[in-house]
Write a protein that binds this ligand. Structure first.
Ligand SMILES: Nc1ncnc2c1ncn2[C@@H]1O[C@H](COP(=O)(O)OP(=O)(O)O)[C@@H](O)[C@H]1O
Ligand SMILES: [Mg+2]
Length: 306
């Protein structure tokens, strides 16, 4: 998923309940130069968990950034590459996969931002936007969200995707968008009410959460992890030694209890054994996975430019 290049900045004021001994893990002086080179100017500086355009700044230079950063008190700000866009979309996403794309012009005055009779947009871009909306929401697990994309060189960059209480005022979104969200949100609510099972876990989670507790996927290369497991735990022995498997399952009990969907005994046992054998490897894979999207974004951008 393409996202703008982004750094997280330390807050201007120290958070409450911390003192000069806190944050000793942070390295100073901060490498501002490296950040400025990577992000460029003008850039956006905005809270990592903001909303409603509050404390969103467009900064022109390091001095401008530091002056504005000084106003942000305890907020944890992100410094983000500006996406110079040709189109911008706000998309309602319901039940993780029902998408309504709205053309938006954030550079217009507030009451004219939803473009109600804009030029037709390339279907390829709309398809990509819809696909990214679904991917994001399946990962985040939102039932109700608004996702924003800025399009540069035909590539949609995800700008803002955590809006579980988005604008749905008929006076700003317009009649057509308003009717869509009312109708479809009502349908979703009715559907959920009908599916509700008393006494059961009716909550759902995004894959961002469930993937953390599900059995790790088999490694691509036949090898490392599996070999390590089978070397120390011959297959026959592992199947026969129920006690061992049970012990292993118990280890992941807390995790699997969170989501009954992933409480597959076999998987839990495998996960526990893998965990026991190769904790370091698992951690490394997770870190690598986290880094991947940014790299992918860069690759995507390059490919599409061609
Ligand atoms: N990286 C960016 N590039 C270009 N415009 C941006 C960028 N980040 C934010 N903006 C502009 O600022 C507006 C508000 O930022 P956003 O991240 O949506 O914050 P909020 O969560 O407060 O709505 C966006 O709608 C967009 O117009
Ligand atoms: Mg926004």
């Amino acid at each position: 998923m393409p996202v703008p290049k982004t750094f997280i900045l330390p807050s201007s004021h120290r958070p409450p309940d911390t003192d000069e001994n806190s944050f000793r893990n942070m390295k100073f002086p901060f490498d501002w130069e490296k950040m400025f080179k990577t992000i460029g100017f003008p850039a956006y500086m905005k809270p990592h968990d903001g909303g409603g355009w509050k404390s969103v700044y467009r900064v022109e230079s390091p001095e401008d950034l530091w002056a504005k950063h000084g106003e942000t008190e305890n907020l944890v700000m992100m410094l983000q590459e500006e996406i110079n866009f040709t189109e911008y979309f706000r998309c309602y996403v319901l039940d993780t996969d029902k998408v309504h794309i709205m053309q938006y012009e954030p550079r217009n005055p507030h009451h004219l931002r939803y473009v109600l009779d804009g030029d037709p947009v390339d279907k390829k871009i709309l398809d990509l936007v819809e696909d990214y909306c679904i991917r994001l929401n399946k990962a985040l697990g939102y039932d109700f969200n608004t996702v924003e994309f800025a399009i540069r060189d035909g590539i949609p960059y995800a700008i803002d995707f955590c809006n579980p209480a988005p604008d749905a005022d008929v006076n700003s979104v317009g009649r057509e968008n308003f009717d869509w969200i009312v109708e479809n949100a009502a349908d979703m609510a009715i559907g959920k009410a009908k599916k509700y099972k008393k006494g059961q876990m009716n909550l759902t989670w995004g894959s961002f959460v469930t993937d953390q507790i599900a059995a790790p996927k088999a490694p691509k290369k036949k090898g490392a992890v599996k070999t390590a497991v089978s070397k120390k735990t011959p297959i026959k022995k592992a199947t026969a030694t129920n006690a061992r498997v049970k012990k292993a399952s118990a280890k992941t009990a807390t995790e699997t209890a969170v989501s009954p969907k992933v409480a597959v005994k076999k998987a839990a046992a495998k996960q526990a054994v893998t965990k026991k054998m190769d904790t370091k490897k698992t951690t490394a894979t997770k870190v690598a996975k986290k880094k991947a999207p940014a790299k992918k974004a860069a690759t995507n951008a390059k490919t599409a430019k061609k």
